[in-house]
Design a binder for this molecule. Structure first.
Ligand SMILES: [Fe+2]
Length: 351
């Protein structure tokens, strides 16, 4: 067994011990093979070292992980160039986003398990990829045609491109923004429209959608205060995906919401902020626990999700209990249907 600082951790190494957060929650289990996103996750939780086996396991990323990484790298490079006021070069981004759309239309379950990586330095880029994935899954459930889904995916990946004109000290501020900082931050939707309008390769609808992604169903959003169907349908989808992803992310100032908690929050806001029909579709297809997710239960046990049932009740999946918190594996993992056990619920997602 070797002790490895995170800076020297490589994909393909196998964990020799469970990894815990500062407050004692399990982050990754012994036996997991390190993937690039685990390294980002460990850094985000300020873990400085882990114990690994001496032998390296050949790591083969699945297609979905490869495309996730590609889209992430592309949007990062596009946004960094935009910050230097260089014209957007979106050809590579467009190709990878279209490939992402193709894979999601084929099968979206794996992508839901890939979302939710959080790393403070890369927050805006990872958030953009997740908003893109959630928007495409919702559009698929809404039976939108392929050419519209492709435009939606491009608008979603670029929805916060205007943040490249927001000073970094405001953009990366860990706490709440002051009124003045919030006023400056709100300009990002107009900046996003301006930047994408200067990119002739994008369809004319995309700048409009980006401009509207903070408009609200009751007219209380910005920059214009558009209401219900005056807001482009694609902007209505992105706004739900945007809030859902922000809620389910760990932030410095608050712990993340679990998918079922975020769904309840969104539902409580539906009359005011969101298109009710799109929200219902979104929650039925996205706010669920994907198969094989490792979760912590309120009983202190760690469990693996066996099956997720889409639709509202699916927020209480069937799980297999695999280990006690901080303890050894359960010798005979047992199956628990959370739907039938209302006192047991998911309190955290481990990986
Ligand atoms: Fe935004």
């Amino acid at each position: 067994m070797l002790k490895k600082p995170i800076s020297r951790l490589k994909p393909g190494m196998r964990l020799a011990k469970d990894v815990f957060t500062d407050d004692g929650r399990i982050l990754l289990l012994k036996g997991f093979v390190i993937k690039p996103r685990y390294i980002q996750r460990l850094s985000a939780y300020n873990v400085d070292h882990v114990f690994v086996e001496e032998e390296l396991v050949p790591l083969k990323l699945i297609d979905e992980e490869v495309i996730y990484e590609d889209v992430f790298c592309n949007i990062k490079s596009v946004m960094e160039r935009a910050r230097l006021d260089k014209p957007l070069d979106i050809e590579t981004l467009r190709e990878t986003v279209y490939e992402l759309v193709r894979q999601i239309l084929n099968d979206d379950t794996v992508f839901m398990a890939l979302t939710g990586i959080r790393d403070i330095d890369n927050y805006t880029f990872l958030h953009s990829v997740d908003v893109c994935i959630y928007s495409v899954i919702a559009a698929k459930a809404l039976n939108m045609p392929l050419d519209e889904i492709r435009d939606l995916a491009l608008a979603a990946i670029l929805h916060d491109i205007g943040k490249c004109r927001i000073p970094l000290e405001i953009l990366n501020k860990p706490g709440k923004l002051t009124d003045e900082e919030y006023f400056i931050m709100k300009n990002h939707s107009i900046y996003g429209m301006e930047i994408t309008e200067q990119t002739p390769e994008l369809s004319a609808r995309i700048p409009k959608i980006i401009c509207q992604h903070h408009e609200k169903w009751n007219g209380s959003g910005y920059p214009i205060g558009l209401k219900d169907f005056d807001i482009d349908r694609m902007a209505r989808i992105i706004s739900i995906a945007d809030v859902y992803d922000a809620l389910t992310a760990n932030r410095v100032y608050r712990k993340r919401y679990m998918p079922h908690e975020a769904a309840e929050y969104l539902m409580s806001q539906t009359e005011q902020f969101f298109d009710p029909h799109i929200l219902q579709t979104f929650i039925s297809n996205i706010a669920i626990y994907p198969e094989n997710l490792i979760v912590m239960l309120n009983t202190g046990e760690v469990a693996r999700v066996l099956s997720s049932r889409r639709g509202l009740p699916s927020m209480r999946p069937i799980v297999s209990v695999i280990t006690r918190k901080n303890g050894p594996p359960v010798l005979d993992p047992y199956v628990l249907d959370l739907q039938k056990n209302p006192t047991v619920f998911i309190v955290d997602i481990i990986s």
